[in-house]
Design a protein around this ligand. Structure first.
Ligand code: UD1
Ligand code: UDP
Length: 366
């Protein structure tokens, strides 16, 4: 028998950022064959990540279409991955997180009876409509995963509560921290336009925030910048036209607001480090910012990452404009509150998750 074939599936920007450190670690293992598959759920934003890590997929299904609905993307992906798994006959399939790519990679592995390893397992809001559809996706793959790589003790305890057997759970830290530490020192600080004052970084893209919640937050962020003349607001815009339209409408035409194309990951990481305050609905950014001591206001009603909120480095403020203005103002004006938040140690790991995941896979085949 040949080496066990481990197939890792990515499709979106965060899938790739958090999976490529595992791919790089697995490729060093002589006893395993590693195959990287891209569903191409994202296009430009995904290519950027392959470029940053110097890794290209072995297979690219190139599935992205503009305006793709969840149902049609799921259908096309399911057909394509089923065919590919029948051809590649993997002994183990791995996917991370909660995207459509993760859900369909898991489902296709399940239908083909291939063991499935879930990276970033056990995150829960316990409300399948928030975030939508991500909470459903991660709960669904949690039903049949062979290995659950939980980033924290809290995520592991969520899985135990769902009766996942202890021997299937591995508490590893988050592979996103492996990734951010890999690229953190790479870019010169100067890629972003000179600005002597404070920088506020804002990203929003979640489906449940499309429309009014995003417009309201953008208006409040604009007011925050107007009330603090030394600040500059940097807004990397997700490529989704639905998101860009709102951001351009509410934040365009202001000389201290920079609407920019999404910087590739190493540059974005530098922007996090340069920021004084972060406003975001992103999952990954909630995990990365505490590694650099940057306070975050989370523009969501729920978070599957309560560790940051409990530790005190993030505040969950919803999409209420008054909350954004008052909490933003407090952090910009009150040095004591600011330094309390920025000094919290990151609860998301120390960059050793990929090595632990590879160890678990090796032991599985030993
Ligand atoms: C997806 C994930 C979400 C994750 C986000 C990360 C699902 C259901 N959602 O949401 O969990 O937080 O990725 O960014 O899997 N587009 C481009 N170029 C790109 C990427 C996207 O043009 O490189 C545009 C396309 O028009 C595409 C649209 O954005 O149809 C939406 O992309 P999609 O992957 O369906 O949803 P996201 O909102 O990106
Ligand atoms: N990111 C990036 N460039 C950007 C915005 C985000 O490289 O312009 C990175 C960010 O550091 C994090 C990941 O993309 O690792 C998060 O992606 P996103 O917010 O799109 O998805 P989520 O984490 O919410 O699923």
């Amino acid at each position: 028998m040949g080496k066990p074939r481990v197939v890792l599936v990515v499709g979106t920007r965060p899938d790739a950022i958090k999976t490529l450190p595992v791919v790089i670690a697995l490729q060093k293992e002589q006893s395993l064959e590693t195959v990287l598959v891209s569903t191409g759920q994202h296009r430009e934003m995904l290519q950027q990540v392959f470029h940053t890590f110097g890794v290209q997929p072995d297979r690219d299904l190139g599935l992205m279409k503009h305006g793709q609905s969840l149902g049609e993307l799921t259908g096309r992906m399911s057909l394509a991955l089923d065919e590919l798994f029948k051809e590649l006959k993997p002994q183990f399939v791995i996917a991370q997180g909660d995207t459509t790519t993760t859900f369909v990679a898991g489902l296709s592995a399940f239908y083909n009876q291939i063991p499935f390893g879930h990276v970033e397992a056990g995150l829960r809001t316990h409300n399948v409509f928030d975030p939508f559809p991500e909470e459903f996706n991660r709960q669904a793959v949690g039903l049949f995963a062979t290995h659950h790589y939980a980033p924290t003790e809290l995520s592991a305890s969520n899985l135990r509560r769902e009766h996942v057997a202890d021997e299937k759970i591995f508490v590893t830290g988050n592979t996103g921290i492996d990734a951010v530490l890999m690229v953190a020192e790479r870019e010169p600080q100067t890629w972003f336009p000179e600005h002597a004052g404070r920088v506020i970084l804002m990203t929003m893209h979640r489906r449940e925030n499309w429309g009014d919640p995003m417009a309201t937050c953008a208006k409040a962020a604009r007011q925050l910048v107007d009330e603090h003349p030394d600040t500059l607001l940097a807004v990397p815009m997700h490529r989704n036209p639905i998101v860009r339209e709102v951001l351009e409408q509410e934040l365009g035409g202001h000389d201290r607001i920079h609407l920019i194309e999404p910087p590739e990951y190493a540059r974005f990481t530098k922007l996090i480090q340069r920021a004084n305050l972060i406003l975001t609905d992103s999952g990954g950014v909630q995990e990365e910012a505490p590694s650099f001591g940057i306070p975050i206001l989370v523009l969501r009603n729920t978070t599957e990452r309560p560790e940051g909120v409990d530790a005190g480095c993030a505040k969950l403020i919803g999409t209420n404009p008054e909350a954004l203005l008052s909490e933003g103002t407090r952090l910009l004006n009150d040095k004591v509150v600011y330094s309390e938040m920025s000094q919290v140690k990151s609860p998301y790991g120390e960059g050793k998750a990929s090595a632990m995941i590879v160890e678990a896979i090796k032991n599985y085949f030993a």
